[in-house]
Structures are given as C-alpha cells and as structure tokens.
Write a protein that binds this ligand. Structure first.
Ligand code: E4P
Length: 224
C-alpha cells in the first residue's frame, strides 16, 4: 500500500519524507490556505523537490475550458504533478481529455460507487473517495472503498483507489484490508500509526534494565 501525506505543510512533508515513509502528497485548496503563502505554483514545485512521488495539485475552475487551462499549467510545473479535478460532469470531461494527452489526474470529491465508475471510465489515474466525510454523515466511508475496489477489480480498471479524508489509524487499517492502492494520511495520523503503549513501556523497561546491567558490569570490572 502506498502512503501519501495529506498536507501542504512543508515541515510535515520533510519530516515524513525523512522517515522514508512517503510515496506522494495530496493537497487541496483548504490545505493550501492552512499552509499559508501566496505562491501556489512555487509551493507545489517545492513539494515535488522534497518528495520522490506523485504530488496532487487541485484545479479551482469548474468549467471545462478553465479546468483544462489550469491542468496544463499545473502539469507543466513538474513531472511529479498529478492534476486533481473535482468529480463533476465538466471535470469528468476534462479527465477524459487529459488522459488522452497523457496527463495524470486525481479525481477528487468522490462519495459514491457510480461516481467512481464514471471516473475510471474517463481514465482517471486516481479516484479519491472521502472516507471521513462520509462517516461524518453516518454513512460508511469504508463500505465505499470496498465497493470501488471490487468494481475496479471486476472490470480490470487501472484507476488506483486513493482512500482520502482519513481521520484515524483504523481508517488506514481498513483501507489496507479492503485493498485500497493508496491512503493519503494527515501527519498526525501518520505518527499515530507507529504508536503503541506497550512499545513505550517495553522500551522504558529495556532501557532501565540496560542501565542496571551497565552499572553492575562497571562494579564488577572495578572489583577485578
Ligand atoms: C485529499 O485528497 C482530500 O482533499 C482530503 O483527504 C480531504 O480530507 P478532509 O475531509 O479531512 O478535509
């Protein structure tokens, strides 16, 4: 399973990259707002220079011509850029055209299996079903991941399932069990994946015992 980080924060991206965990990055306009700054294109290029993998950058136009123009600009920024396009009719039309041109796309804001089927037929590189936002409205986000994985397997679609809107480690576990190709994970959740109280307790005991061992060894060496 590939791990992407769901952030535009360069410090978080650098940290995750240093751990050797990153296969890519997803951004969106809300994450850009959170990261701050005024140079959107420069920021995307900086992310590409940190990470050795796909970096999703989102268009903000909602009409076909506007989406295509933004997509061409974004794709030209760096070879790692994947153009993120919303799952609306004009977006699907643009994904079809971009796919024919060899420009990779991440079809975002997916909330149903029919939307995912349409995105795959249009040739999207990734489909981003939003797990957490579905859970928020008492609908199983994970059931959607399972349905999409099954539908894509039934027909051999190449579109990769990118579990998005991940809120906690269980979302990552369940996405992996369902066979999602990628999980895009916020930095805080990425760190939680490594945490276990028994690991902390076990390490504390090992270090305490090691200190006692060294003390005993020093005493015995001093005595001989
Ligand atoms: C990623 O591609 C999405 O934009 C992101 O995961 C949305 O997450 P949120 O629902 O926490 O905003």
């Amino acid at each position: 399973m590939k791990f992407f980080i769901d952030t535009a924060d360069l410090t978080e991206i650098r940290d995750a990259q240093a751990m050797g965990l990153l296969d890519g990055v997803t951004t969106n306009p809300s994450l850009m707002k959170k990261a701050g700054g005024s140079d959107f294109h420069g920021h995307i290029v900086r992310i590409c220079e940190i990470v050795d993998g796909d970096v999703s950058a989102e268009v903000t136009a909602t009409d076909y011509d506007g989406i295509m123009a933004e997509a061409h600009t974004l794709a030209a920024l760096h070879e790692q850029v994947v153009v993120k396009v919303p799952l609306i009719p004009e977006g699907i039309r643009a994904i079809r055209s971009l796919s024919s041109e060899g420009i990779r796309t991440n079809c975002t804001l997916c909330f149903s299996p029919t939307q995912a089927l349409v995105a795959a037929k249009a040739g999207a590189t990734y489909i981003s079903p939003f797990v957490g936002r579905l859970d928020d409205i008492s609908t199983s986000g994970m059931e959607l991941i399972e349905q999409i994985v099954q539908i894509y397997a039934n027909y051999g679609y190449a579109t990769q399932v990118l579990a998005a809107s991940i809120r906690h480690p269980l979302h990552v576990v369940e996405s992996a069990l369902a066979g999602a190709d990628v999980a895009t994970i916020p930095y805080s959740v990425l760190m939680q994946l490594m945490k276990h109280p028994l690991t902390d307790l076990g390490l504390e005991r090992f270090l305490a015992d090691w200190a006692q061992y060294q003390q005993a060894a020093a005493t015995s060496n001093g005595a001989s």
